[in-house]
Design a protein around this ligand. Structure first.
Ligand SMILES: *Cc1c(COP(=O)(O)O)cnc(C)c1O
Length: 349
């Protein structure tokens, strides 16, 4: 593998040429002035908050139906995650619910482009501007998606993404990045990810060790070239599912807002008989997953916030009915049709 050999031969393992090259390439892809390589998506979210000096006593608005990392980042920063319900059709954060949740402690909105569909960013940006709030996009699932023609990860003040192996752009281990148009935020984030240091052995802030690995950066630079092609494959597979499954009454297929594009990190259906369907598919050798079975406000880790079941009925209902079907770039039409046939068969009985 030439990428690995060249990395190894250089013997420069931390914050070297490969991270530099990837940061430039990813910034160009994401249409931002800067990309800053970070060790993983959770750290990227956390450093975004730290860069904006959000911490103790502050509130950050996040969707109630996200992956736990979004909430954990807020907690790491010492701030309080304030959950708001998603839109029941797109599963993305509901702008009306955001406005209702704003208090004098609110500092930021953290929209999550869930499953790969862009949030309603024009409305979210307008709300943020009206109330003087920061916006930090959690773009871990939506590399390359757009709202109103503008790419996700380029709307907010400073935005986080993940290159966890299973994401649309995945490394061969943990990796992530921040994206921003701001020179000041970019250099501050780069300083925080590297022990709070810009000049070696001089530390201007209580920073972190959250650097993107050179080796992962080298792999990501190669994989980034294929991302658009892989995204098209994801979209074609989703379209094939959509055409077949939208005929089945017992299933709710994903809805994509006309102003959004969807990069189908996951193809998630809803079904009241999820457990039985999942079991029937497993018997045919079809693996499915639930993203996510327990919303953050009902996790044991967040017991101290004092939410009870019923606090966020939409998120809870989604958690009870969601099912992610198999979808990966390179999945063959026959494989998609095999899944479709198995689902059809289940509902015929
Ligand atoms: C994967 C993911 C993260 C965290 O990324 P890691 O690289 O695993 O830390 C954050 N938010 C969302 C929505 C994710 O899907």
């Amino acid at each position: 593998m030439p990428a690995f050999e060249s990395f190894f031969d250089k013997g420069w393992y931390i914050l070297g040429e490969e991270v530099n090259v990837f940061e430039k390439a990813y910034a160009a892809f994401n249409q931002t002035q800067h990309a800053i390589g970070i060790s993983n998506g959770l750290d990227a979210l956390h450093i975004a908050l730290r860069t904006l000096e959000i911490g103790s006593g502050d509130e950050v608005i996040i969707p109630s139906n996200t992956y736990i990392a979004t909430a954990l980042a807020v907690s790491y920063a010492g701030a309080t995650p304030v959950f708001v319900e998603p839109d029941a059709a797109t599963y993305n954060i509901n702008p009306e619910a955001i406005e209702a949740a704003i208090t004098k402690h609110t500092k930021a909105i953290m929209p999550v482009h869930l499953y790969g569909q862009a949030c309603n960013m024009t409305t979210i940006m307008a709300i943020a501007e009206k109330h003087g709030l920061h916006v930090i996009e959690d773009n871990a699932q939506a590399h390359g998606a757009t709202w109103a023609g503008k790419i996700t990860g380029s709307w907010g003040d400073i935005n986080a993404t993940s290159f966890y192996p299973g994401k649309n752009l995945g490394a061969l281990g943990d990796a992530g990045a921040l994206t921003t148009h701001s020179d000041a935020l970019a250099s501050k984030a780069a300083m925080l990810r590297n022990y709070g240091s810009q000049k070696k052995y001089y530390n201007e802030a209580l920073g972190f060790n959250s650097r993107l690995d050179e080796c992962q950066a080298a792999f990501l630079s190669i994989k980034l070239k294929y991302l658009m092609e892989w995204t098209q494959q994801r979209q074609a597979i989703a379209a094939r599912y959509q055409a077949a499954l939208s005929r089945i009454e017992a299933i709710t297929v994903p809805y994509c807002h006309p102003d959004a594009t969807h990069v189908y990190h996951l193809y998630v259906i809803r079904c009241a008989e999820r457990k039985a369907l999942q079991h029937a598919l497993a018997e045919k050798g079809i693996g499915t997953l639930v993203h996510y079975p327990v919303p953050p406000h009902l996790q044991e880790a967040y017991q101290h916030l004092g939410y009870k079941k019923g606090a966020f009925p939409i998120a809870e209902e989604l958690a009870d009915t969601m099912l992610s079907l198999p979808l990966w770039p390179g999945m063959k039409e026959e494989q998609v049709d095999y899944v479709i046939a198995a689902i059809n068969n289940f509902f015929k009985k």
